[in-house]
Write a protein that binds this ligand. Sequence first.
Ligand code: SAM
Ligand code: SF4
Length: 478
Amino acid sequence: MFEIPTSTKQHDESRQGEALLIENDPQKSNGRKLYIESYGCQMNFSDSEIVASILLDKGFETTRDYREADVIFINTCSIRENAEQRVRNRLKEFESAKAKNPGMVVGVLGCMAERLKSKFLEEEKLVDVVVGPDAYRDLPNLIEQVDEGSRAVNVLLSREETYADINPVRLNTNGVTAFISIMRGCDNMCSFCVVPFTRGRERSRDPQSIVKEAENLFHAGYREVTLLGQNVDSYKYTAAVADGEEAGPTITFANLLELVAQVNPLLRVRFSTSHPKDITNDVLYTMAKYENICKYIHLPVQSGNSRILQLMNRTYDRAWYMERINAIRSIIPNCGISTDVITGFCSETEEEHQETISMMDYVKYDYAYMFAYSERPGTLAAKRYADDVPEEVKKRRLTEVVDRQRRHSLERLQTYVGKTHKVLIEGFSKRSDKDYCGRNDQNAMVVFPVDERYKVGDYVNVFTDKCTSATLIGVISS
Ligand code: SAM
Ligand code: SF4
């Protein structure tokens, strides 16, 4: 995968394989140590926080060293073949730790667990437990089964599970920005994508529990929340009612966004991912209405060609996507826009690839995540279409797309130079503790010298006078 610039948080390459560490309650301790590392999208990192919360409640404590763990969990991603390969390689590294401590429980969680199910136990002798994304409440019980000498699998998908009542423990946090899962699963059937098979049917979480979580985070000092879902625009919640009673109003994503924005004007709200077929003007007007809803939309295009979009089953075409971009630009003129692109999808011609490039020229994305098509077993594309674009052609097209995006990212950053930006201080810059870093409304990273009057979690106005390829550089102006 290529990502320019280094991270927009949705899929953070620097966090792949990161291990979680959290404070436990010594009163509850069962003396056992949990090591959990995560791969893939932000949803997986958020799920690991739910898993940790469930096990902390049972007395586990976390460790960052898998060699001293009693339970090792690896929360996996299936989106592309190389994501799965990475997990298999990592499992090999756990072998010697398990040989030294045969009582150690090794578990595979998440999308790869769901895709391979009990086959995983046959393929990887090291693995004791395989758990899909809707079965985490069953983990204490599954660990017990392994303790008693069996291997255990629970990959049942649910139509209801949203873990709404589990307060995720915030892990490896900067104490300022946090993610809130607002829905799970996906009902779209993009032909290239394994997510509907690994994460099940789409379900939306009760809005009250979302607002409560945002309020709790605000009171704990957090100043930014990102609402997460595979397709946030199809968020829809109607409270269940007893027989004979009238159903209450249905809460849409625009309604939810407004409710979260109203938690406090000092709480910034972001969201990801928007689907071009579903993003409504209501959402755009809500974004324009609230200063604290960040002006940034991740709107994956995948391809700029209508025939390929149809084969991908994206249910929009080039003209529709451009119209949505026009709507964003007219309702929120200063909006940052990012995207996902796949190169070399089945039967893609050179002319069709050029249409992706011309779409990039049309939109001038701030960021992009770019991938060469990777066929996934069981998907519609794997069943229906030949994966017939040669690997080197996919890669060459990917390089062209990456080069174009590099240019656009820089152009976009340059438009922000010479202006003052409201920035939420997220921490110290990676390079020097003499500099703070944070993001502007459009999600661009801004670095500026520390000023003792302001601390992490404060908002400051930063005048930016230059930029590198991925970062704005400036000074606090007030
Ligand atoms: N729900 C989001 C959407 O509809 O845009 C995206 C979810 S997916 C986790 C993230 C991205 O991975 C997709 O937008 C797509 O660009 C990429 N992706 C998914 N399946 C892929 C495949 N088989 N080969 C290459 N890239 C893929
Ligand atoms: Fe996959 Fe499409 Fe669902 Fe996104 S919207 S998760 S790409 S099926």
